[in-house]
Design a protein. Sequence first.
Length: 242
Amino acid sequence: MGMYDDIIEGVSENIEIMGYPFYAENIDGDESFNRRELVRKNILNGTQSVKRGKYIARKYTFTTTLYHPTGRPDAHDQILSEIMSKPVEVISPYMGGIFNAEVIFTKNIPESSPNHITLDVEVNEIPDKESRIPGEVSLVVPEITKVSATKTSKNTLDSATNTKLNEQLKKCNVPFRDGQKNDCVKALQEKLIGLGHLDSKYKSGQYDSNTVEAVKSFQKSNGKLLIDGIFGKYTRDHLVKT
């Protein structure tokens, strides 16, 4: 994966996700007592009855830095997209051991370091049917559905227009560059407008900040793409299937 610990002094491998090591910085998350909601009920003279209520799922965030070859910020996209597309096993002493989770990556490319990307990572636990709380034999978990990070936008394009835009985008060279202006960018904007990710007033044909944010919106709605605003091969492949 290219994750390593010589970028930030003192940071070492501390999290494993789907078998891949991550060197996590700034791990943040609330570790609830014994992973249980405490239900309190007043009795007499200020005395309370305390019972353990529903299971509280873990939720953590952290940042990590990856190395990529010059000019290939998409080098890890396939693996990261695979991780995001399914519940995966997370192993970390900093997050309470081993559990299954949904993982969401948001990619940033720092201008000052062209061979590195930083990832903002969100980890949302998907509880098992069996308890992993030490000393607890059984666990009744409410029906849990995989956390949905996105909503699918409604496609308002008619079939003929949608097909035409898709065929045009398949022939375009990707990734699109900042400030690029041509018919390919205009086709992308028309597609994003039709999907509800871009306001129609921004159909300029230029790959500007409004278009970047619209691409991020589509990537987030897809649920399997890195949210980086780069219209590259993987984003195009998913867009033309929409």
